[in-house]
Ligand binder design. Structure first.
Ligand SMILES: Nc1ncnc2c1ncn2[C@@H]1O[C@H](COP(=O)(O)OP(=O)(O)O)[C@@H](O)[C@H]1O
Ligand SMILES: [Mg+2]
Length: 297
């Protein structure tokens, strides 16, 4: 099996001593900006030479960043948190394989994976606010930005949040991927074989019907589960053969009664209507659709 040098590859090639080192370092990162090497040695019971050797290896793997001032220590890199979480999912016997990238979103990377129950899954690793990912402002409000591990903490919250939405929606037969497992900043869901609407719209034979199906789905979420997606767009709708849709990316959902839900609902509807108008020539009046979905404009 070919592994690209992804986080999956690094996780797979971590020795058990390196894993112990990283796990202890992660706990220490709660208390130290610069993690003292001495503390790691104490907690792992590794000799100081061994601790140093592991630190250097982890540095080569870009999992830690070293520093000698004001004392000998290191910081964990964002990749370290991802690798650690994936490796722990392996140790917990949840995930047995992680493979190629399925997609990159605004704030995550998604890989294909296989669980110990032989289920094919999408492994979504949230990475809020990483340099390659935009749209940070919104979340900055949630957390103390001065924390060096702010991105990791926020990603954990969002993964939990997304899992919660899927657990509400999936049993009611909403068109969403089956939620499988969530651990820290990683979310496992059923792997969907479809393509994003943004790339596959030109294959659609009955755009009006598809649009209707999406609007019915929004109505269903509202009425049955009382929730609004909040980030609905042509990237978050996957289409399998013909017209089977699956709506992904639920980290930003709100309940119908939450502050701002009307604004988000309106934006969701408008985004989809705009896309269908521009790319597929389907014209629908926003106010009429709103009236139909919620009873008022
Ligand atoms: N369950 C899934 N099955 C297959 N591909 C997926 C699945 N979930 C996400 N992807 C792929 O990963 C990309 C990013 O996922 P998404 O949940 O939209 O993350 P983001 O919040 O970063 O936008 C998607 O556009 C899609 O291509
Ligand atoms: Mg997305």
């Amino acid at each position: 099996m070919f592994f690209a040098k992804t986080i999956g590859y690094i996780a797979k090639n971590l020795t058990s001593k390196e894993l112990t080192f990283l796990s202890e370092a992660e706990k220490l990162s709660q208390h130290f900006l610069l993690i003292p090497l001495k503390e790691v040695a104490k907690r792992t019971s590794f000799s100081s030479t061994l601790t140093q050797k592991i630190m250097k290896n982890l540095n080569k793997k870009k999992l830690v960043r070293l520093s000698s001032k004001p004392y000998v220590g290191f910081k964990l890199t964002p990749v370290a948190f991802d690798v650690l979480t994936l490796r722990l999912l392996g140790e917990m016997n949840v995930l047995v394989y992680i493979g190629k990238e399925l997609g990159v979103g605004k704030e995550s990377k998604v890989y294909e994976g296989l669980t110990s129950k032989d289920e094919e899954v999408a492994v979504k690793v949230l990475k809020v606010g990483m340099p390659a990912f935009k749209k940070v402002k919104r979340y900055r409000l949630l957390r103390n930005v001065s924390s060096p591990y702010w991105s990791y903490e926020t990603s954990k919250e969002l993964a939990k949040r997304e899992f919660k939405a899927l657990k509400k929606l999936y049993p009611r037969k909403a068109k969403v991927p089956k939620p499988i497992f969530q651990f820290r900043q990683v979310l496992l869901t059923e792997k969907i074989k479809g393509e994003m609407l943004v790339n596959s719209y030109w294959k659609i034979l009955h755009p009006e019907k598809l649009l209707e199906q999406i609007m019915e789905e929004i109505k269903f979420w509202l009425e049955t589960v009382q929730i609004v997606h909040g980030d609905l767009n042509q990237y978050n709708i996957l289409i399998e053969e013909l017209d089977k849709i699956t709506v992904i990316d639920w980290a930003q959902w709100v309940t119908k009664n939450d502050y701002g839900s009307y604004f988000l609902l309106e934006r969701d509807i408008k985004t989809i209507l705009d896309f269908f108008r521009k790319k597929l020539g389907v014209k629908k009046d926003l106010n009429e659709v709103k009236e139909y979905l919620i009873g008022y404009r």
